[in-house]
Design a protein around this ligand. Sequence first.
Ligand code: ZN
Length: 132
Amino acid sequence: MPRYLVGGDVDAWCNRCQLVLAHTIHAIVAGKIRRVHCNTCKQEHAFRTRAPGEKGAARERIRVRTAAPDYDALLRGRGLGDARPYSTRERFEAGALLSHPTFGLGVVTDTRDGRKIEVCFPQGARTLAQGR
Ligand SMILES: [Zn+2]
C-alpha cells in the first residue's frame, strides 16, 4: 500500500468525466484519502477508486445503454416508412431497417450464420432469429 500525501497524485473515479483519472489529493483523514480534485476537469469531490456501484452486471448495462448514440448514426435519417415488419420467417441484411412489435424501430448491424441477426434498437442491441 503506497503512502499518500496531500498534494500528491492518485487515480480516482471522476463523476463528471465518468472515468478513472489522475487526481490531486486535497484531504487525508485517519490515513484515508477523503477529498480529491480531478486533474482533468478541476472539480473537487469525495475520493472514490472506481465507478459507483460498478459490478459485472452494472457494467454490462452501461455498455448496452451506450449503444443509443450509434443508433441515430445507423438510422441516417431513415424512419419507420423504410422499415419492414419483423418476423422470424423474414430475412434481413446488415443495414436493413425493421419494426419490432416490442422493441420498435431497429437497424440490423450484423447477421450470424443466416439464422440470427444483431439489431440495434433505441434501448440497445438485441439478437433476433430470422429465416425460421
Ligand atoms: Zn474530472
